[in-house]
Ligand binder design. Sequence first.
Ligand code: PLP
Ligand code: COI
Length: 366
Amino acid sequence: MATLADADLTFASRPHPAPTSVEARAAVLANPGFGTRFTDHMVTIEWTEPRGWHDAVIGPRLPIALDPAAAVLHYAQEIFEGLKAYVQTDGSIALFRPEANAARFNQSARRLAMPELPEALFIEAVTRLVQTDRAWIPSGEGSSLYLRPFMIATEAFLGVRPAKQYKFIVIASPAGNYFKSGAPAVSIWVSDYTRAAPGGTGAAKCGGNYAASLVPQAEAIARGHDQVVFLDAAEHKWIEELGGMNLYFAFEDGTLLTPALTGTILPGITRDSLLTLAREEGLKVVEGRYSLEQWREDAASGKLVETFACGTAAVVTPVGKVAGRDGEFTIGGGGPGQLTQKLKNRLVAIQRGDTPDTHGWISKIG
Ligand code: PLP
Ligand code: COI
């Protein structure tokens, strides 16, 4: 749904009148955590039905005014993305596969009946924000600037139909480790709740999916686990994914399996990148089905040697323990496995520019 207005969209630049002091910023960057601190600027772009995308601005990060009848507040017409900017070892700044995020954003937009954003505009918006707030990118090991592009329906209208007015925004947040626990491997809880059903919105990155995952996630935490894992909706048997990460299973015979993209799973960009890297490592990589029962059995027999979660926020995180109503089991020795570490190192080396980018995944932007 690109419109003529997209072609000549120019960004207005309004620098923050009172940016964060160097000292306060340094304190944030020394210990960024995840998702609680934000940079000084944001990008906003408006969309209305006849005009298409217009009024692109990079300006101070400020609260936004919304009419109380704005459609997003009632019917959750909202989508988002998550990607990271890295300070590479040579000091340059790079994004990892931003065009994949731009493409997935538009897949989500189509599912939520929202206007698509030209991919070049998505990338330009993200790039401008990173360049403006480049001093906010932490450079420590495992640190990066997490970027959160999102779109909301802003039209004041209570009828149930796609809105005719939207706002696209990009904010940025210095990020360290996603998991606070700092444990070498995470523990996950098998939920009785369902995340996504066939025909639903599971493959879209929309806020509603995450709202529905909060009770199961809170249950996992209350039981002493780090994350929730969801099974399929129809049979409650097949492993799908975690609340915010995809899963991989490594077997002693050199097979690496990840649940296939059936339409109920988010097509993770980290997942996709690891498919390629694992094949290059000589592993037999399979996108298929894996049941909870088999998982338990294979962990006990030693056939399954490792399980790891992957995603932009979590990078590659080993799973050491799985628990559910039918008891719990440990994977391998319960700690990080060698293959998990190897694949993580390969991915991070590309993101950091420590190894040649033979896949065209790195976009240098400064
Ligand atoms: N699955 C869910 C539900 C997620 O929220 C995420 C995070 O974005 C992922 C998987 C991993 O996707 P990606 O690797 O693109 O970050
Ligand atoms: C991401 O990894 O970008 C996500 O959206 C996951 C979320 C749980 C932070």
